[in-house]
Design a protein around this ligand. Structure first.
Ligand code: C5P
Length: 228
């Protein structure tokens, strides 16, 4: 078991999500549920699948400040340990989300997504953002932390520049992780669990290499052992 491992439960099926949470929770710090699951099963499904285990609820909220603050307040009773927002919603939206999260007895950690890893420099130019992804990641990261976010979701290759610029304080949660020899799937620029933790990741998010393994619990245990 290591607290640093987050297992991504990317399935729309309630029973399968519940079974994966039960099998994987002993080996990891948190399980991650996202839009695919939450939009189908909602808060009741969340409670059923989570079975009281610590959850990273990855909904990447992005709307006007008032609406995002309301969404965060609506999520608070679920007791998720981590929530995500899009930093691109702007400083006021981030501050509103942080204030809403801070109103809870049990305050979830608020993580900001900067630039989606599916967007390259050309795709950013298409939406009017020149200067490239690296500069935009850093700009949004600073703004998110200055406005109350606790940390960032970032790619493995962003860990070093973010640590250089922002120091040890922000929580860095890193997807796009593949154990040596694992299938890449649609992830392009990956690191192994050990490399990402050595580079400064606080948490690594691993999905398919665990959930599609013949024995998901054994796969999670092996990754946990590597980074312990
Ligand atoms: O299966 P895999 O290990 O690629 O799953 C990674 C998880 O992290 C998925 O839930 C995916 O949505 C999420 N994620 C990502 N890249 C990002 C942000 C989130 O892969 N930039």
């Amino acid at each position: 078991m290591t607290k640093k491992l987050i297992a991504a439960i990317d399935t729309p099926e309630l029973a399968r999500a519940g079974a994966l949470v039960r099998d994987l929770a002993p080996h990891c710090g948190l399980v991650k549920l996202g839009l695919e699951f939450f939009l189908r099963h909602g808060p009741a499904g969340f409670v059923q699948a989570a079975q009281g285990q610590p959850v990273f609820l990855d909904l990447k909220l992005h709307d006007i400040p008032n609406t995002v603050a309301g969404a965060v307040r609506s999520l608070l009773p679920l007791g998720a340990e981590m929530l995500t927002i899009h930093a691109g919603g702007g400083s006021k939206m981030i501050a509103a989300a942080a204030a809403a999260a801070g109103s809870a007895v049990w305050r979830p950690k608020l993580l900001a997504v900067t630039v989606l890893t599916s967007l390259d420099d050309a795709a950013l130019a298409e939406i009017g953002i020149g200067g490239g992804a690296s500069a935009q990641v850093l700009r949004l990261a600073r703004m998110a932390l200055d406005n109350g976010a606790d940390g960032l979701v970032c790619s493995a290759h962003e860990i070093a520049p973010l640590r250089d610029a922002l120091g040890a304080r922000p929580i860095l949660v890193v997807p796009g992780i593949r154990p040596a020899g694992a299938a890449l799937g649609d992830q392009a620029r990956v690191m192994t669990p050990e490399q990402a933790v050595r580079a400064g990741a606080d948490y690594i998010v691993v999905g398919r290499p665990i959930t599609e393994a013949p024995d998901p619990a054994a796969a999670a245990a092996a990754i946990a052992a590597h980074i312990r």
